[in-house]
Design a protein around this ligand. Structure first.
Ligand SMILES: Nc1nc2c(c(=O)[nH]1)N[C@H]1C(S)=C(S)[C@@H](COP(=O)(O)OP(=O)(O)OC[C@H]3O[C@@H](n4cnc5c(=O)[nH]c(N)nc54)[C@H](O)[C@@H]3O)O[C@H]1N2
Ligand SMILES: Nc1nc2c(c(=O)[nH]1)N[C@H]1C(S)=C(S)[C@@H](COP(=O)(O)OP(=O)(O)OC[C@H]3O[C@@H](n4cnc5c(=O)[nH]c(N)nc54)[C@H](O)[C@@H]3O)O[C@H]1N2
Ligand code: SF4
Ligand SMILES: [Mo]
Length: 755
């Protein structure tokens, strides 16, 4: 397996560039095969965005005779300036895979049979209507995706919350970004990062924790390596219990015991205060303090933080006191700009929101925020978790434009735009993701529409929840069949994929981008948007869903953002531009905003240079006193290993797409588990051996990789989970953060058995 991966990396210039420390963006950019393509190599080049990660790279899609012949990086898109990673480069191959479905499938006597759209949609309408009539609107639900288009999620949200009256609208961002949302909204009163990729150019220090950018945000990582090359004084700190590819460019590698970050982050705050590295003027002007229940004073916070000495953190994390002090000093060095970045190592935790708060604390205590190069910058996983779910409000407690279902004024405002009476929208949040699937197990959710996600493989403790999918009347809108989820479906609807439809994505840095349609979908496959609008009409809500395509939907959605803190750009300007960052400046949406909460950039602040956290009633960001908390299930005598799960460069989540690209699949054909060499010796296992990981919930058999490609801490295992035949999520834990309801994919206890 390794041998092939090495060959792959060698053969694929761009991924080599992305994976190798210190490489240059220009070099990697000009080396890609796709970059060599000329204008004349295709009949037309269509402007779009990569459908994979939250980086949001602009692409140009080469079309000849109605077929996609190539994809290349869009040189005019500021995000990637023409660069792509391997996954982006191989995008054309996912369109033509053998298991694309081109006609609706209905399960009859346990077997899937092809059917007409008419029959499939009539059946769905009948089942949903019966459930609503008999058991009420809360007996039906929708489970969507941060990979769907904004218009698709908007229409689903309106249909379920506004027309049907069910707030059971959820999606995979709950498994991913919910803790980051919780962090931004509690600390600043408003979701999403205030900074931007442009901050890379100004930062002196990068504090990267729980994030493997080299593999998960490769083009951003290339920007980082380029910055380091141009400015060798740049300091890069990478804190992660596993040494992975991103560590190669680290000036300081900080591998620590998994699940103990909260001790490290509080101890950094301790040192910053003790050593007088705070920005007192900033703290006095722009912050308040809270213990989560009530306001506290700065002095009370200082009292609280006294327990979190570097010595305390040393015991928990296995990092030395000196190292912890050093990290705090580098982070807080006066006159330098510090940018922190994090992803799932922080979010997918039962203390995910608290960990997010603590990262914000460090920036607020040192005043390293709202300045070019100083910002707490959460990296978003999916291409449109921000644009399609966080902004559209497609989670059970939200409404479009950063509004909430529990707020009467918000319900009024949205009901007006939706053309319904406000009492149609329930003030009670629906079931969050893990509840929703539990309610399927319990038989309380009778009918569920799943769109652009594969929960039977991606939910934690999946073996517990999957029988619920069997019980519920399940509609799965998919591009391929079978997937682990579509197997449970009563109806599978063939979906148009990526460039076979048109719409909008929103990436990590508040950048909204238009994806043009390049080719027709195969057979009878349709865009998800069309399916949802058709469904709304059949349910009898036709008058509320009179749209003539995605632009019409966008125009209605745009009204939900007017006058809010996240005013979006017009469809026309999005079509022309290479992404526009909200909030737009002129109500027309030509000019975006790079940084928020700073006058001169943020259109809502009149005075140039003034920092104003206006989303909070007192205009102050909150520094939270958050206690220490470990993982829900830490190792013990019976289950002595800490299992973490995550990603590699070549594969995307459940592997339905990247598994179709021969080069990617050859490079890494199977999921595996990384083991530290000490543990391997003790267990008597070597590369390629198959081991069984057993948790309190289930087991999975995986081939062993000893310290490659990453090196986990002793006592820690790292498993990839892209392979459908090895259900790693039968082992993971479904404990959730009490605030964000995001599950703890990153930590559970297992034992290892030789097979
Ligand atoms: N190639 C590729 N790229 C992707 C994706 C993909 O599937 N494939 N998916 C996209 C999506 S949706 C997401 S959410 C992102 C995820 O992007 P990342 O979060 O960067 O990726 P992961 O591998 O899930 O986890 C990152 C790291 O968290 C670390 N970790 C585990 N436990 C702890 C802990 O206790 N503390 C800390 N600090 N770290 C810990 C793991 O060691 C791991 O290396 O990637 C996006 N990009
Ligand atoms: N063990 C473990 N589990 C995890 C995580 C982890 O770190 N560890 N991470 C979690 C995170 S962060 C995330 S984001 C989730 C992701 O989990 P999922 O969303 O379940 O994974 P994907 O493989 O991205 O699923 C997307 C599905 O949509 C289909 N599809 C593609 N395009 C379209 C389209 O246009 N329309 C429709 N209808 N279908 C389409 C694809 O074929 C694919 O089956 O997994 C979570 N699960
Ligand atoms: S970095 Fe992300 S968005 Fe860019 S090409 Fe790679 S997968 Fe696509
Ligand atoms: Mo994610």
């Amino acid at each position: 397996m390794n041998f092939t991966r090495r060959n792959f990396i060698k053969a694929c210039a761009v991924s080599t560039a992305m994976l190798t420390a210190g490489c240059s963006v220009n070099k990697s950019g000009t080396q890609t095969e796709s970059q060599k393509l000329n204008k004349s190599d295709a009949d037309s080049w269509v402007k779009s965005v990569c459908r994979y990660c939250g980086t949001g790279c602009g692409v140009l899609i080469g079309v000849t005779n109605g077929k996609v012949i190539a994809v290349k990086g869009d040189p005019d898109n500021e995000v990637n300036k023409g660069l792509l990673c391997a996954k982006g480069y191989y995008l054309p191959q996912i369109l033509t895979a053998d298991d694309r479905i081109t006609q609706p499938l209905v399960k009859k006597n346990g077997k899937f049979v092809e059917t007409s759209w008419e029959e499939a949609m009539n059946l769905i309408t009948e089942k949903f209507s019966n459930a609503i009539d008999e058991y009420g609107p809360a007996s039906v639900g929708f489970y969507g995706s941060g990979q769907a288009l904004a218009e698709e999620e908007y229409v689903a949200n309106k249909l379920f919350k506004g027309a049907i009256g069910s707030n059971n609208v959820e999606g995979n961002p709950r498994l991913c970004m919910a803790s980051a949302v919780g962090g931004y909204t509690t600390t600043f009163g408003a979701d999403e990062p205030m900074g931007a990729y442009e901050d890379f150019e100004h930062a002196d220090v990068f504090f990267i924790i729980g994030s493997n950018m080299a593999e998960c945000h490769p083009v951003l990582f290339a920007r980082l390596t380029d910055k380091k090359r141009q400015d060798p004084h740049t300091k890069i700190i990478i804190a992660d219990p596993r040494r992975h590819r991103s560590h190669k460019i680290a000036d300081i590698s900080v591998p620590f015991k998994p699940g103990t970050d909260l001790a490290l982050l509080n101890a950094m705050a301790y040192v910053i205060i003790e050593e007088g590295l705070t920005d007192e003027d900033f703290i006095a002007k722009h912050t308040s303090f809270s213990n989560g229940q009530a306001k506290i004073t700065y002095d009370q916070f200082k009292e609280f933080i006294k327990d979190f000495t570097p010595e305390f953190a040393e015991k928990k994390t296995n990092l030395s006191v000196d190292r912890i002090r050093e990290l705090a000093r580098i982070f807080a060095e006066p006159g330098k700009n510090t940018m922190s970045m994090w992803t799932m190592g922080i979010n997918q935790r039962v203390a995910g929101v608290w960990a997010n708060n603590m990262l914000h604390n460090l920036h607020l205590l040192t005043g390293k925020i709202c300045r070019p190069g100083s910002t707490p910058f959460s990296l978003t996983g999916q291409p449109s978790a921000c644009g399609s779910v966080r902004e559209v409000g497609a989670l059970c407690h939200l409404l479009p434009g950063h509004r909430g279902v529990a707020n009467a004024k918000h319900r009024e405002e949205i009901a007006k735009i939706w053309g319904i009476s406000a009492d149609r929208i329930s003030p009670k949040p629906g079931y969050h993701t893990m509840q929703l699937f539990q309610k399927c197990v319990d038989g309380d959710v009778k009918a569920l529409w799943v769109m652009c996600t594969n929960p039977a493989q991606s939910l934690p403790n999946a073996t517990h929840y999957n029988p619920g999918l069997e019980k519920t009347f399940l509609v799965v809108a998919e591009t391929y069949h079978p997937t682990l989820t579509s197997k449970y479906a009563d109806v599978v609807l063939p979906a148009a994929l990526w460039c076979e439809k048109e719409g909008v994505y929103g990436n990590t840095e508040r950048r909204t981008q238009h994806l043009a349609k390049a080719i027709d979908p195969p057979g009878e496959a349709r865009p998800d948007l069309d399916m949802l609008i058709d469904f709304a009409h059949r349910l009898g809500y036709g008058s509320l869903f009179q749209y003539d395509g995605p632009e019409d939907v966008w125009n209605e959605y745009l009204k939900c953002t007017t006058g809010t803190d996240m005013e979006l750009a017009t469809y026309q300007s999005l079509k022309e531009a290479h992404g526009i960052q909200w909030p737009v400046k002129d109500h027309k949406g030509i000019q975006g905003t790079v940084r928020r909460f700073i006058g001169g950039e943020d259109p809502y602040i009149k005075e140039k240079g003034k920092i104003d956290f206006y989303a909070k009633p007192d205009n102050r960001a909150v520094i939270f006193a958050r206690p220490y908390k470990e993982g829900e299930e830490m190792p013990d005598a019976e289950y002595p290993f800490c299992l973490t799960t995550g990603r590699i460069l070549e594969h995307w989540h459940t592997g339905t797409m990247t598994g179709k690209c021969p080069a990617l699949n050859r490079a890494v054909p199977s999921s595996y588990v990384e083991v530290h060499s000490k543990d391997a010796t003790q267990l008597g296992i070597k590369n390629g051996d198959i081991v069984r990981l057993v948790s309190r919930r289930g087991s999975v058999e995986l081939p062993v990789q000893v310290e490659r490609p990453g090196i986990p801490q002793p006592g820690m295992l790292f498993a990839t989970w892209f392979e459908a035949d090895r259900l790693v999520n039968s082992v993971t834990i479904d404990a959730v953060d009490p605030g964000s309801k995001e599950p703890e994919f990153k930590i559970c206890a297992v034992r290892v058995e030789k097979v």
